[in-house]
Design a binder for this molecule. Sequence first.
Ligand code: UD1
Length: 374
Amino acid sequence: MKDLLKLVSVVGARPQFVKLAPVARAISSNTAAEHKIIHTGQHYDADMSQSFFEQLDIPRPTVDLGVGSARHGAQTADMLVKIEDYLLSNKPDAVIVYGDTNSTLAATLAASKMHIAVAHIEAGLRSFDRKMPEEINRIVADHCSDRLYAPTPAACSNLQNEKLEDRTLLSGDVMLDAIEHNIQIANETSKVLKDTGLVPGQFGVVTVHRPSNTTKEELSRIIQALQKVADDYVPLLLPAHPRTRGVMDTIDVAPKGRFVLTSPMSYLDLIVLIRNAAIVITDSGGVQKEAALLHTPGVTLRDTTEWVETIEFGVNRLVENDESSILEAVLDVLNSPDVFSDELRQELRIMYGNGKAANFIAEDLFEWVASRRT
Ligand code: UD1
C-alpha cells in the first residue's frame, strides 16, 4: 500500500480560517491524503480565531505556533523559524497557503526554501499598491509557489502578466463556497438581527482595520463621516477589529447614538448582517467581495482594490477618506435602485466559480502532489 499524501495547510488570520473551511472539507473526502493544519497564532483572541474553527467545523489545528502580534519583521521571522521546525520534523509532500497575510508569506518562504511544493489559494490578486503589506505578501507568495489557484479571470491575467501562467489554474473562489455552505445555517441559527434590533434592509455594516485607515487622524475622519451617515440616514453597526478598537480608545471621537460599536462578529452573524444590510462600508478585501456575493452594495474605503470585478459590475465603489466623498458615495448607494438583477447575480456566481472551487482545488492537488512523488 502506498503512503498517504501528506498535506499541510498553514493559516493564522481570520479570513484564512474562512478559506480553509471548504478546502479542509474537500480534502477530507480523499482517504489517500492526510491533512494537518498549522495555526501560526497571528490572530489569537477567541472571537478572531476559535469561534471560526467551531462555527465552520474546521478540524482542530495540529499545532498552534503561538506567534501573536509584533512588528512585521519580528512576526514573520518568528513564524518562519517555527514553521521551518515543523516542516523539518514532519516532511509533508505539499504546503497549502491562503491569501495574503504574514502567515502566508512565512509559510511560503519556509517551505519553498526546503524544496517542499507550495500551493497558493487565492493567487494572482493585485491592488498594485505596494504600500499595502498584503501586496508584498501576495507577490512573494505567488512567485515562490509551485501551484497557483486563481479565483477569477482577472487574477489569472495578473499572473500571466508576471509570466506565471505555467503554474496557474483558474479555480474559482473558495469564499463563495464558504458562503453557499453556510448562509442557510446562518439564517436559521444566527440571532444577530434580533439581538441588535436592526431591521433588514434598513441599516449599514461597517468594518475598518487596514493600517492606513487606523492612524488616529484617518480613523477620526472616518468615524466623523460615518456618524453623519448614522445620524441622518441609516443606523450603522461596526464590529471592531482589535487594532481599530485600540486606536479608538486613544482618540476623541467615538461612535454614538445610531452608530454602534461591537466586538468582532462570528462568521455566521457577519454573513447574516451583510445579507440583510442596505449597504456595506469596509476596507476589508474579504468583506467587500462577500457583500457582492450576498447581493448588498458596497462602498470601499480605499483607493485601490484587488477585487476589480466588483467595481466593473457596479456593485462596489472606491472612496477617498474625506467626509464629503464618503457621504456622497453612501447616499448614492442608498438612493440607487437595487442593482442586483437576477442576471447579475448569476454572472457574479459564475465569475467566482459557482461554489465549486474547493472541490476543484482538492482534486487537482491530489493529482499534482501524487505526480510529483513518482
Ligand atoms: C491581517 C492580515 C490582513 C487581513 C487581516 C484580517 C497581514 C499583513 N495582514 O491583518 O491581510 O486582512 O489580518 O483581520 O498579515 N490583534 C489582537 N487580537 C487578535 C488579532 C490581532 O489584539 O486576535 C491586534 C494586535 O494588536 C495586532 C493588530 O491587531 O497588532 C493587527 O494584527 P496583525 O496580525 O498585525 O494583522 P491584521 O491587521 O489583523
